[in-house]
Design a protein around this ligand. Structure first.
Ligand code: MN
Length: 263
């Protein structure tokens, strides 16, 4: 049996997207590594869409362009790409959605900004196994090789045994010597953003949002710590942002308001 075939003999469908754009070497590295597992189709943003989060384009038309065999671009967000891929490009539902390999980590609180993570989140919301994959940046050229091979191994494992519905993996790969895989939780960051104001030639102000210094809360279980220690960080994520620990506090607050209204 062909290695790309599943137990039923059909070829698996793997959708690959990202937020760096369809031309990014990171997306082609993971697509190539995934080819042993099935038919890989890239549907990715036409231009870089980093930090667009889970945005969905609803107020303008979207264009799909065929770039090459099994490579398409959409002039939208990673979330747009996943939807258009599944509705219009793939010849059936995907067995796996992979988003990446992103140029730069997506850890801790930053996952809420991440277009890479959102691509996998959308796959999970639509009911498919999904994984986001990001590589730590370093000086000099990017080497996507190790992240691609780790991503492909994890993809194979997910295809064999999917996680619970709506749960997806956020995988971050450090540069340098890799000690192994560590299961992690999201780190908390004391976020410091600097807004740089300048003047345009007509003396009107404009702004650049700068990522200023970060201080991360110490946590041995966190994704941030794993990367610092040279381990691949694997965090299971799910779309539910509910703070279950605060339900009782909010219930008490609602009761206080109700009793005041009743007075
Ligand atoms: Mn990116």
């Amino acid at each position: 049996m062909n290695r790309s075939a599943n137990i039923y003999g059909f070829m698996r469908r793997i959708l690959v997207t990202n937020d760096d754009g369809h031309f990014s070497p990171g997306i082609h590295a993971i697509a190539e590594a995934l080819r042993v597992l099935g038919v890989v189709t890239i549907v990715a943003p036409q231009v870089e869409a980093s930090a667009v989060g889970h945005a969905l384009t609803l107020r303008r038309p979207l264009r799909l362009e065929r770039i090459a065999d099994h490579v398409y671009s959409v002039d939208g967000t990673p979330t747009d790409c996943v939807n258009i891929a599944i509705d219009e490009v793939l010849d059936g539902p995907p067995d796996l959605v992979v988003s990446g390999i992103n140029k730069g980590l997506n850890i801790g609180d930053d996952v809420t900004y991440s277009g890479t993570v959102a691509g996998a989140l959308e796959g999970a919301l639509l009911g498919y196994p999904a994984m986001a994959l990001s590589l730590q940046s370093r000086r000099g050229d990017w080497d996507f090789g190790p992240a691609a091979s780790i991503g492909a191994s994890l993809a194979g494992a997910l295809l064999e045994r999917p996680l619970a519905p709506r749960t997806f993996l956020n995988v971050n790969v450090p540069v340098g010597v890799i000690h192994g895989l560590r299961t992690t939780v999201q780190a908390k960051r004391n976020h410091i953003t600097k807004v740089d104001q300048r003047l345009d030639p007509r003396q009107r102000p404009y702004f650049w949002i700068e990522e200023a210094e970060d201080s991360w809360e110490a946590n041995d279980l966190s994704d941030h710590r794993a990367i610092q220690d040279g381990w691949v960080s694997i965090t299971p994520l799910q779309p539910d942002l509910t703070d279950h620990a605060s339900l009782a506090d909010v219930e008490a607050l609602a009761l206080r308001l109700a009793s005041r209204a009743g007075r």
